[in-house]
Design a protein around this ligand. Structure first.
Ligand code: HDE
Length: 745
């Protein structure tokens, strides 16, 4: 249970140790800020009244001594006064001689580095990869040899279109970039949370990204594809429609980084010690299960907590609720590749798990947040071409293009060729080479020999190549005329888009249709809307009808397909989120709305049930100081009601007495709390007295469904939390949404 509010304020020079939000009393959360401590030194001359005012406010100036480090310049020179620049007289000009002042401002002026052109907004964490099944039969990669061995990892999740300061719940693809510091060099698996991509050839990437980003004349909209340029481009690029089905699905609005799958997307190769190659697709499967939010919810989360995903990851790791994924591989040979309906080199296609099962070979656990966001998350440099011996590329033209782009982009962003000297990018295995000098060189080769071959002998001559251990490319034979061409085998653009759509549950299909209607309703040009729907006709007539109806559009003719789509590909259950949800509320968050006089026994039972489920909770109350329960004990709040809307929680419990219900019935944010939880199909537990509030929020007794559970007595708490395992009560959506199609019922 949360603690009683504490008035103790801590003032230390070092940041306080990280603690779970559940452990925080309101005073901690409000943050008696350490920065406050050192604003004015005691020895500067300010008018007595001002100095007195500061003293009364409790400001103290902390100087070095005891445990406190001495502040220095970047040259290591101790600093005596960091509050005042050097002046000629108290009111005179600032002197150029003030090296500390100039050094500090100079460094500040250069604090920003260019943000990533794509995937600018991201969040990273450290962890490890542990091999659970050897892959030594198909790959010589050191990381795949010894079961039980752990390899350090750094993972960065991201959105694609938004800038660095954009919000987390954009409808967008999520980056899922993993750096494994293996004993034979860094392996960067720079993937996404969607297994296919918009385009087939890297030469179209700048066009795709230009079209998705804010339009160049007006510089909006930020972090969204709901605008003319994006839909203009994709509606002229039919190969994008499989990916469009995914980005319009709930995959593009995940509940958490922890509840997303990750995919290497391209076909790669594994190569064993005999030089034999096996094709591979990589999958990360979240142990937390798949889960997304609803679009209306996403829009509101972006306002209530733009950092929703990064905060979730930070809190989960710091509270010991360690996010975990399994690494799976789909292995196949040339014979399968030739028999498959599509080209395995085409990144707009996936291989259904029903055709090639995913073999689980390891697990990835994130167990440590970064010490410093800039040093680690911002400076981490992923490069698709970083693969150790035993892993190799296929000829996927998208992957081939990426292998150029990532190195190039790091040089621009990190300022020179020595970005591997930055700790987050440095391999954790021995390194020896003759590359030298350049900006910010940290570790030039020692000794006299900086070239090879040389005759300085084994100890002084430096490193030598190792034909047996070193990286050798798979000896694939490439032939054919030099030409700019798209392979005929890439020509089918709609069949897998349909397969994805028919693999969804009705409610997920509805969400795809709703998302298309939403996005296209933001498109100003009717011809672009119409052209988009003409492609949908090649995917599913029902979907096209839903979208045309939602837009009030006369149905266009179907787009001309480069190849006749296959209409009867078997549905794949693995492609649905709802079919792959966990049967647990573990790691999810319950929002508990309390007012003074709330039933202490019901609350205690609720917290016990939450704890035994492995879930977490946060208290929402009229005042941040918290509430006094029916038994006189006090409970701290995590949020004031308007700062903790129900969109921040997976389910809500409303534990309020009669007076509280009467009071909250007059409060718009409290009514929104309830109405949104209901509209977003959340499980709602409520005391009988809370019915007044529910009614005022527009939920009458007749509206109450199986997702609304009574909390009349302590014994009801367990059943309520067990119901929450279903995560959402989806049947409700068909009752509360005007856009609900009869087809979805
Ligand atoms: Fe990227 N991509 N990309 N991409 N990508 C970048 O590299 C690029 C593609 C992905 O957290 C950039 O360091 C091209 C597919 C992730 O730091 C840049 C093409 C997939 C991240 C770049 C693609 C991705 C990036 C920008 C078409 C999923 C973030 C900054 C051929 C498999 C990594 C940077 C991080 C970042 C280029 C397509 C995933 C510009 C040219 C497909 C997760 O180099």
């Amino acid at each position: 249970m949360a603690k009683t509010p504490s008035n103790a304020s801590t003032r230390t020079a070092k940041p306080a140790p990280t603690i779970s939000p559940l452990d925080l009393a309101p005073a901690d959360i409000a943050g008696e800020s350490p920065q406050k401590a050192a604003r004015f030194p005691s020895d500067i001359s300010v008018s007595p009244s001002f100095a007195e005012a500061q003293a009364e406010g409790g400001d103290t100036h902390q100087v070095a001594g005891g445990d406190v480090e001495t502040l220095t310049t970047e040259q290591g020179i101790p600093v005596a006064d960091d509050q005042n620049s050097l002046k000629q007289g108290a009111r005179g000009p600032t002197l150029l001689e003030d090296a500390h002042f100039r050094g500090k401002i100079f460094h500040f002026d250069h604090e920003r580095i260019p943000e990533r052109v794509v995937h600018a907004r991201g969040y990273g964490a450290h962890g490890f990869f542990e091999l659970t099944e050897s892959l030594s039969d198909v790959s010589r990669a050191d990381v795949f040899q010894r079961v039980g061995e752990r390899t350090p990892a750094f993972v960065r999740f991201s959105t694609v279109a938004g800038s660095k300061g954009s919000f987390d719940l954009a409808r967008d693809v999520r980056g899922f970039a993993v750096k494994l510091y293996t004993q034979e060099g860094n392996w960067d698996l720079v993937g996404n949370n969607i297994p296919v991509f918009f385009i087939q050839d890297a030469i179209k990437f700048p066009d795709l990204i230009h079209a998705a980003k804010p339009e160049p004349d007006r510089n909006f909209p930020q972090a969204q594809t709901a605008h003319d340029n994006f839909w203009d481009f994709v509606s002229l690029t039919p190969e994008s429609f499989h990916m469009i089905m995914w980005t319009m699905s709930d995959r593009a609005i995940p509940r958490s980084f922890r509840t997303m799958e990750g995919f290497g997307v391209h076909t790669f190769r594994l190569v064993n010690s005999d030089g034999k190659s096996t094709f591979v697709k990589f999958h990360w499967k979240p142990k937390q299960g798949l889960q997304s939010v609803m679009w209306n919810e996403a829009v509101k989360i972006n306002g209530a907590d733009p950092d929703f995903h990064r905060r979730d990851l930070w809190d989960a790791i710091n509270s010991g609720n360690l996010p975990e994924w399994e690494l799976g591989v789909q292995l196949f040979d040339d014979a399968f590749a030739e028999s498959f309906d599509f080209d395995v080199l085409d990144a707009t296609k996936l291989i259904p798990e029903e055709l090639v099962p995913v073999r689980i070979i390891g697990r990835l656990v994130l167990d440590r947040v970064v010490d410093n966001f800039f040093a680690e998350t911002e400076q981490v440099a992923f490069c698709t071409q970083n693969v150790p011996p035993g892993i190799d590329f296929s000829n996927d033209p998208l992957l081939q293009g990426r292998n150029f782009s990532y190195l190039d982009t790091q040089i621009k962003r990190l300022g020179g060729p020595n970005f591997t000297h930055i700790p987050i990018n440095a391999p954790k295995c021995p390194m020896a080479h003759f590359q030298q000098d350049g900006h910010m060189a940290m570790r030039n080769p020692k000794g006299r020999a900086n070239y090879e071959p040389n005759s300085w002998g084994a100890t002084e001559g430096g490193p030598r190549e190792d034909p047996a251990k070193g990286f050798t490319s798979f000896a694939e034979v490439a032939e054919g005329p030099k030409q700019r061409v798209r392979s005929e085998s890439f020509a089918d653009h709609y069949s897998q888009a349909r397969q994805f759509y028919v693999s969804q549950t009705p409610i997920e299909q509805k969400h795809i249709g709703d998302a298309l209607v939403f996005e296209l309703s933001k498109v100003e040009r009717p011809d672009i809307r119409s052209r988009t729907v003409s492609h949908l006709l090649n995917i599913d007539a029902g979907l096209a009808a839903q979208v045309a109806d939602g837009l009030g559009l006369v149905m266009p003719a179907p787009a001309v397909a480069a190849r006749e789509p296959i209409a009867d590909l078997a549905p794949s259950d693995r492609l649905s989120i709802v079919k792959n949800r966990p049967d647990s509320f573990k790691g999810r968050k319950l929002g508990i709305l309390l007012t003074d006089g709330a039933d202490a026994k019901i609350l205690a039972a609720l917290l016990k049930a939450v704890e035994s489920e492995g879930a977490v909770y946060e208290v929402v109350a009229p005042k941040i100081a918290g509430v006094t329960l029916s038994d006189g004990t006090t409970v701290a709040a995590r949020h004031k009601i308007d700062g903790g809307p129900s969109v921040l929680f997976d389910a809500v419990a409303i534990v309020i007495p009669q007076e509280g219900a009467a009071m909250l019935s007059l409060d718009a944010p409290a009514k929104d709390f309830v109405a949104d939880a209901f509209a977003h199909c959340k499980f709602i537990g409520f005391t009988t007295e809370a019915e007044v509030l529910l009614a005022r929020a527009g939920i009458s007794v007749d509206d109450l469904d199986e997702g609304c559970l009574p909390l009349d007595e302590a014994a009801d708490a367990q059943a309520f939390i067990e119901s929450c395992r279903a995560l959402r009560h989806w049947p409700r959506e068909l009752e509360v949404d005007l856009d609900a199609r009869p087809a979805a019922r």
